[in-house]
Design a protein around this ligand. Structure first.
Ligand code: UD1
Ligand code: F6R
Length: 370
């Protein structure tokens, strides 16, 4: 049931304040002597000791689920102190890459039925690794065959383009990072900042959804473009990849997410006054580097659309580029806020270009073949 919406994708984008609330429900609880909020993930609690002892954590997924894991990688590394590597499911299998008994492998899949991810799970199980699932579908093959895991509880997602599952996956993985990480005096301020920000997140997402009309406007200005680049780095490299994936899969427009640190190693050659480029430059440790990327793109007359933190618009790019201002949250959760305007942009571009929003050409919701 689409309710007041025209498409499931639109409904699912606008539902995110509620889906994020459900994802966190019952999992941020008061406890301990300080009576501060901490994370309780019922599906992981008996396995945390084993996970903390593992030599490496590997994220495995496809498409949007891979991008969500990439968005959470840094915070998991930071809080756990364990190296985290990334694998696209099909590529792990193509390489028959080494997987060891002392690895923890986290399988991220909305449907829980994706063939490549399932095959990678079977492969990892036979190599003796601890296998953890993060899925939206209770009773799915990945939920059943992993040793333990967490359901993201985002509610069923019907639009082929994954939207609300992406933001809920990131939130679950941030909670997984908090659950694995040590709760000590030195980590306490950081942990509390993240938990506070998690609690505020549904409200911030509600706020960023107000950009709907502005994104429709932006989509109008891009309607007949051939291509759209998205530059991100740090926590928001994943935002660039995921924003580009949305535009490509539903609006059927070529779009590429690019790691801004790689700009001078090739992509800069594409820049001219015609090609539209989204640059994600919200406040975090990478902010000054992104400012310099913007300067370099401007020097080449790049046609920029800059996503920045509220109030930063003129400071970040003067009057010569289009600005998308978003509310600031803690750095590791900023990807949850930043993807929303790009989901809206992809949605409006698709409607304006006259393509099928919920059933993009050639794609299926659940990819059950290799
Ligand atoms: C569980 C209940 C929830 C209830 C809550 C109350 C289920 C599905 N969930 O939620 O309805 O409100 O307790 O305490 O009954 N698992 C995997 N692989 C996966 C995902 C999950 O093995 O990919 C396992 C978990 O290890 C766990 C079980 O499935 O044993 C349920 O996971 P989850 O729903 O995340 O647990 P809770 O949040 O505790
Ligand atoms: C993109 C999209 C796909 C899926 C991918 C993995 O919007 O939906 O890229 O993310 O097919 O699917 P799951 O998460 O079900 O394993």
């Amino acid at each position: 049931n689409k309710g007041k919406y025209e498409h499931y994708m639109q409904k699912e984008i606008h539902e995110q304040p509620e889906s994020l609330t459900t994802t966190m429900r019952g999992r941020l609880i008061r406890g301990g002597s300080s009576n501060r909020k901490s994370v309780l993930l019922g599906g992981l609690k008996d396995h945390l000791k084993t996970i903390r002892r593992s030599r490496r954590i590997v994220f495995i997924g496809c498409g949007t689920s891979y991008n969500a894991a990439l968005a959470a990688r840094t915070i998991l590394e930071e809080l756990s102190g364990i190296p985290v590597t990334m694998e696209i499911a099909s590529d792990l299998l193509d390489r028959q890459a080494p997987v060891y008994r002392d690895d923890t492998i986290i399988f991220v899949s909305q449907s829980g039925e994706t063939a490549d991810t399932l095959n990678a799970l079977e492969y990892s199980l036979s190599n003796g690794a601890l296998c953890v699932g993060i899925t939206n579908t209770v009773g799915s093959a990945i939920a059943r065959n992993t040793h333990c895991g967490v359901h993201i509880n985002a509610g069923s997602e019907i639009g082929v383009a994954s939207t609300k599952a992406y933001t809920s996956q990131i939130v679950v993985m941030a909670m997984v990072a908090l659950a694995i990480g040590a709760d000590t005096i030195s980590t306490k301020p950081r942990r509390e900042a993240i938990i506070e920000s998690l609690l505020e997140l549904p409200g911030k997402v509600k706020q960023v959804l107000k950009l709907d009309e502005e994104m429709k406007d932006l989509a109008k200005s891009l309607i007949s473009e051939q291509s759209l680049l998205m530059f991100g780095r740090g926590y928001n490299y994943a935002t660039a990849l995921e924003g580009a994936l949305k535009v490509k899969e539903v609006a059927l427009m070529h779009s590429e997410g690019i790691l801004a640190g790689e700009m001078k190693h090739g992509p800069l050659a594409l820049v001219d006054e015609h090609l539209p480029i989204v640059v994600i430059a919200t406040r975090d440790q990478c902010f000054s580097k992104q400012q310099s990327v913007i300067q370099q793109l401007k020097a080449r007359k790049g046609r920029l659309i800059v996503m920045c933190s509220e109030g930063d618009g003129t400071a970040v790019c003067g009057s010569s580029c289009r600005v998308i201002e978003v509310p600031l949250v803690v750095d590791c959760l900023q990807p949850v806020v930043n993807i929303v305007p790009l989901q809206l942009l992809a949605y409006h571009l698709t409607v304006l270009r006259g393509y099928n929003v919920d059933q993009p050409r050639n794609l299926a919701k659940s990819v059950t073949t290799e």
